[in-house]
Design a protein around this ligand. Structure first.
Ligand code: BDR
Ligand code: CA
Length: 306
């Protein structure tokens, strides 16, 4: 199985990308492309961050730059969580890698055609590229074997607005398009990462590692102490790595709900809300509501300490 990772990297995106690069080959899974999108930081910075992660993993994977803004919403970034450069402001954002000339949405469509039925997509940022690709190529949803999305708030415990999670709130129109078009989404909502945080004990163990990867991990995750101080978190919320863990091994899923997920694109308090219609005759999403977190932490440790 091949994967395209669509990302707005982002500290937790970077952790998730490393997991798939390191552990995918052990499970007959490989990363064919990384596509980038504006989200946590501007897409030009995301390109550099992805390059830096590929460097530290010594991975030969092409980067395709995608949309530099949402479909309708003005850009919204999350530097206050991820640091000014998106990787914790730790000076890691250096690479000689450059994105390919092809646009991310075109690359998605091309790869889906080349590897129809044997390629999956993991979306770790706003869904702008995925929506655009499905507009350009209506056959895309039939060719993508699996679409795993980190996004949404199944209990409406938002982190961007009171009801909406960041990746959906940043570009609700694109999220609406994606959930309407793709028939079998696996969604890892924000609350799972709040309910199942990485214990600080595990976090500190990874940070104490001596390998170049572990040093990289330690540098970019210094911001986590700010999250703890600001929000009183008892652990580390890691939404994107949990989505990657599910993609790598569905055995990580402990509880899921089948529902028709619909995105609120209205202009009131619910904008960006991911509502779950359980009674709909055509569910489009498996909403993961509990995971085997210990297994996910082991994956992160294995990928980032060695
Ligand atoms: C999501 O938003 C970003 O800040 C994280 O990288 C994650 O994808 C969580 O709401
Ligand atoms: Ca992300």
């Amino acid at each position: 199985m091949r994967w395209i990772i669509d990302t707005d990297a982002g500290v937790d995106d970077a952790i998730g990308i490393g997991m798939l690069l390191a552990l995918g080959p052990l499970r007959d899974q490989q990363v064919s492309a990384i596509t980038t999108v504006s989200g946590n930081v501007h897409v030009s910075q995301v390109n550099v961050n992805v390059g830096a992660v590929l460097d530290v993993f010594g991975a030969d994977v092409p980067i395709y730059a995608g949309c530099d803004r949402p479909m309708i919403e003005p850009r919204v970034h999350a530097e206050e969580f991820h640091g000014a450069d998106g990787l914790g402001g730790a000076g890691l954002s250096k690479t000689s890698r450059r994105p390919q000339r092809e646009h991310a949405a075109i690359a998605m469509s091309r790869l889906a055609e080349q590897h129809a039925g044997d390629i999956g997509l993991i979306a770790l940022g706003p869904l702008t590229n995925v929506a655009l690709a499905s507009n350009l190529d209506p056959s895309l949803p039939d060719r993508i074997a699996k679409l795993v999305i980190m996004g949404g708030a199944w209990q409406a415990r938002g982190n961007q607005t009171s009801a909406a999670e960041f990746n959906i709130a940043a570009d609700p129109e694109s999220a609406h398009v994606v959930f309407e078009r793709f028939p079998n989404v696996i969604m890892l909502p924000w609350e799972v990462s709040l309910d199942q945080m990485m214990p600080f004990e595990v976090f500190e163990r990874i940070r104490a590692g001596a390998s170049p990867r572990a040093r990289f991990f330690a540098a970019m995750t210094r911001v986590v102490y700010d999250w703890r101080d600001r929000f009183g978190f008892a652990g580390v919320p890691l939404p994107d790595p949990l989505a990657v863990a599910v993609a790598l091994d569905e055995g990580v899923i402990v509880r899921e709900l089948k529902a028709r997920v619909k995105i609120d694109i209205g202009h009131s308090i619910g904008r960006g809300l991911s509502s779950l219609d359980y009674r709909h005759p055509q569910p489009n999403t498996r909403v993961v509501v509990a995971v085997d977190a210990d297994r996910a932490w082991q994956m992160i440790e294995r990928a980032w300490v060695s």
